[in-house]
Ligand binder design. Structure first.
Ligand SMILES: NC(=O)c1ccc[n+]([C@@H]2O[C@H](COP(=O)([O-])OP(=O)(O)OC[C@H]3O[C@@H](n4cnc5c(N)ncnc54)[C@H](OP(=O)(O)O)[C@@H]3O)[C@@H](O)[C@H]2O)c1
Length: 207
């Protein structure tokens, strides 16, 4: 959606060849896009990716942070409240909260200087409502709730400036139901959030 509206797209994940394939698809649709491999658990790699992004595309106008550990991420395990320990919660915090803050640190100083920019953070619904997911999502819920709290505070701190931050908790399983679960519909919602710049949080649920 952003690419269709004239944005260049910098894709970040761990797997360069997957990023290259996605960037090629976007290029074939007439969108300027490129992939920059980095691991949100490795803060230096994330910072280095943003240096390369700035070199390639210039300043970042919109940051969207939404990693999901469908492929194994070392240290990340699911744990219910009875199994939660400092040791299995810490990687979740690294992944969601510290990764999210590190990504913001790469773009926020410039956005604040330009008085322009948008930061959108996506999580699952358990960040907002821990009971929306089964017990084994306990450490995910805690870590994404921490990220949510930070994003809402960022929204508050940047209110009245040209920088806009918002949290988008998804209460749907993407692609598993009707049109409202499909990527294009969800992308339209992100575009609306970006253009309207209204409110700190936009939960997304199927009607
Ligand atoms: N899928 C759902 O139904 C659903 C439901 C509720 C909320 N959400 C939220 O929606 C967002 C997208 O989820 P999705 O399911 O659509 O995921 P997805 O398509 O698999 O995208 C997640 C991306 O995160 C990357 N990633 C994973 N670990 C990473 C790491 N350590 N460092 C950098 N990148 C990493 C993955 O690439 P690599 O593995 O190659 O690094 C992948 O490109 C997430 O915020 C998720 O919480 C999804």
């Amino acid at each position: 959606m952003f690419g269709r509206n004239g944005f260049s797209v910098a894709l970040v994940s761990r797997t360069q060849d997957r990023l290259d394939r996605l960037a090629t698809e976007l290029n074939e649709a007439g969108i300027d896009a490129a992939g920059f491999a980095a691991d949100v658990m490795d803060r230096q790699s994330l910072a280095a990716a943003f240096t390369r992004i700035n070199d390639r595309f210039g300043s970042v106008d919109v940051l969207e942070y939404s990693p999901a550990p469908h492929d194994p991420v070392p240290g990340i395990t699911m744990a219910g409240p009875l199994e939660a320990t400092v040791d299995n919660l810490q990687p979740q915090l690294d992944y969601y909260l510290y990764g999210g803050i590190t990504a913001a640190q790469q773009v926020l100083p410039d956005m604040l200087k330009r008085d322009s920019g948008t930061l959108l953070y996506t999580t699952g619904g358990s960040s907002m409502d821990p009971l929306a997911a089964p017990p084994e999502f306990a450490t995910v819920a805690v870590a994404t709730a921490a990220l949510r709290a930070w994003v809402l505070k960022l929204h508050q701190a940047t209110a009245g400036t040209g920088v806009y931050a918002a949290h988008v908790p998804l209460f749907v399983w993407i692609g598993t139901g009707g049109p409202e679960t499909q990527a294009d519909t969800i992308a339209q919602r992100y575009w609306d959030i970006y253009t309207k710049r209204d409110g700190a949080e936009h939960s997304y649920a199927a009607p």
